[in-house]
Design a protein around this ligand. Structure first.
Ligand code: NAD
Length: 264
């Protein structure tokens, strides 16, 4: 089996990465940074987001596992003192794979007719470069509302515990193929009106954002910030691709939510 390891880059994560590398090689695995069967991220959730974007071109052939060197993460749930156990599990056992939905983002441009496609593991947000964001929000081909405010966030179920949660979105179990739309500080008064509640769309519904007052936007895709110019529309839906996580022990999603937000 071929493996790759990404580290957050701090001393603790780098040392742990080196130890895991040599253990895995001792167990007969091959280090392959190009075509790994398994990708181990050492650091935190952010490190796993980087690893996902690094290997997003081969999601159907790669499984991910995360070790955390800080606090318990949603994607990074193995602790540094468990790495021997994890290495043995990777080397010896045929592991289970669980698949989580991803968000597909297609940005279309006004003048050149081109489009760019992105995949997010957590979410994508849209904010204006200057002033209030004004956008028509279409759902499944029908105009739903005109949004005025700071921005909009579209998240995946596994990303629902990240930025989405800070925007009062619901936590969605990742076995549900859906995306969630949340508002950032919408302007609501007698003239302007938005629904004000998070919306959860099933996997056959598309959400299309169409700019009304400007052409340039800051669009985030997980940790990436992209300045997008001359934007005609931004389309969101549940992606056909999924991320695969290698599971070596049960760690139910709701237990992770409880341990992270309420306490062990
Ligand atoms: P970062 O290091 O500032 O990470 C932000 C925090 O988000 C970390 O504590 C991380 O553990 C946590 N996190 C990431 N994914 C999570 C998930 N799926 N569930 C629960 N917590 C999660 O920034 P980064 O490493 O560049 O990560 C980018 C992420 O930061 C974005 O995808 C976004 O979700 C999050 N973010 C959150 C807010 C907010 O909560 N107000 C604002 C901006 C970005």
């Amino acid at each position: 089996m071929k493996f790759a390891i990404s580290s957050k880059g701090d001393n603790k994560s780098n040392m742990l990465m080196q130890r895991m590398k040599s253990y895995l090689i001792d167990f007969g695995l091959t280090l392959d940074e190009e075509k790994p069967d398994i990708v181990i991220s050492v650091g935190g959730d952010g490190t796993l987001l980087y690893a996902f974007h690094r290997f997003k071109h081969r999601l159907d052939k790669t499984a991910f596992v995360g070790v955390h060197t800080g606090h318990l993460g949603f994607y990074a749930d193995w602790t540094p003192d468990e790495i021997e156990k994890l290495v043995i599990a990777i080397a010896k056992t045929p592991y289970q794979v669980v698949e989580y939905p991803l968000l597909e983002i297609i940005v279309r441009y006004k003048h050149n007719g081109k489009e760019s496609k992105y995949l997010a593991l957590n979410e994508s947000t849209v904010k204006g470069v200057e002033g209030t964001l004004v956008m028509d929000v279409d759902i499944k081909g029908q105009t739903f509302e005109t949004f005025r405010g700071d921005g909009l966030c579209l998240s995946t179920p596994s990303g629902s515990t990240a930025y989405n949660k800070a925007l009062d979105g619901a936590i969605i179990h990742p076995s549900i193929r859906a995306i969630q739309l949340t508002e950032m500080a919408s302007i609501n008064n007698r003239v302007f009106r938005t629904v004000g509640s998070p919306l959860i769309l099933p996997d056959h519904h598309t959400c299309m954002l169409k700019p009304l007052n400007q052409d340039d936007f800051i669009i985030t895709v997980d940790h990436l910030q992209l300045l997008q110019k001359d934007v005609k529309s931004i389309q969101y839906r549940v992606a056909d691709e999924q991320i695969r996580f290698a599971r070596f022990r049960p760690f139910p999603f709701w237990k992770r939510v409880r341990d992270s937000f309420i306490g062990e």
